[in-house]
Design a protein around this ligand. Sequence first.
Ligand SMILES: [Zn+2]
Length: 414
Amino acid sequence: MTAQEQDMVARPSALTFDLVARCTTTKARAANLRLPHGQVQLPMFMPVATQASLKGLTPKQLEETSCRLCLNNTYHLGLKPGQKTLDAIGGAHKLQSWPHNILTDSGGFQMVSLLKLAQVTEEGVRFLSPHDGTPMLLTPEHSISLQNSIGSDIMMQLDDVIATTSPDHARIKEAMHRSVRWLDRCIEAHQNPESQNLFCIIQGGLDLDLRRECCREMVARDTPGIAIGGLSGGEAKSEFCKVVDTCTGLLPEHKPRYVMGVGFSEDILVSVALGADMFDCVWPTRTARFGNAITRFGTHNLKNATYAYDFGPVEEGCQCTCCRPPSEGGLGITRAYIHHTAAKETAGAHLLSIHNVHHLLDLMRRAREAIVDQRYPAFLRSYFSGLYAGDKTKYPEWAVEALRGVGVNLLADD
Ligand SMILES: [Zn+2]
């Protein structure tokens, strides 16, 4: 019996993870992840549909970007439409008419970040209702109950999240241990382990010893997938890379690894080289609302006057619905049109969201191909060269260093 089979006997899981290829230089992996609502390919980017809708996009438009796994926020869905409505309609897939996979967060992070008066105790997160100010409590049990009602394919444990930049080491340590205790309560409360996958979340701030201890504790609890949490909160990128690298070194090969809240193209590609598989971020849709187009040659603000008479597509050669010409079934949107609508009409932001989400999904598809073909180091060099117009002096030092650590010299010529 393989280790994977033993795990499946040990604890029910609603996913299968098949490693397709491993980069022989870096720690990058390509895998197939089969979830209750279909198979997805790793590494992958997951767009965030906060209120069961990606800002500005219909589920059909999201599907056309090739997205097969998106995020919903438990906190928002728990408030509106609320658990009763979710139970009545049969979950979030039916609510938004989305036939593909959904991942939900625990709701804890939203509370701590959105509500000023949120307070963490051993019992859970105490907060005042944003509707009427009544005191409320989000416990691990309540978070899991909500996620069971949502019916997400991947659900996240409630964890105690502290900013990595916090100077309070004792509090970071307490939060790590509490997150482990809360995972036990989440596992206990989970009603549907045969149809919904609960992921644990590694905490421990920037303290690598705490991260190592947390990895050991979480891995022993044998959840179907594992997340690395608490990052992307303003810490130095070099510290971020050390945490990801340290954690992936201690995680089992045969489980998906999700680095939460990471979405910049460079951060994702470096994290993939460090052995991570899954990423999410609001960046592609949020930045679209400011008129920013994400391309292979960097992020361009189409509100800039230079685009007023630019009749090329948002990104040359892009196969998204927005950029493809009408003769190929697309909308044939020009930079000039986005320039014209970006500040005035929401349509401009919607079109750019389609492009930006497609761009990141396509970037991951190309990264995966490179891993399978054993040319990921060259892919990284080519990508950074495009992003910085071939000027190696502009490459961020943290990326150069992190990749050097896994055997890639970003500054070498191919
Ligand atoms: Zn496009």
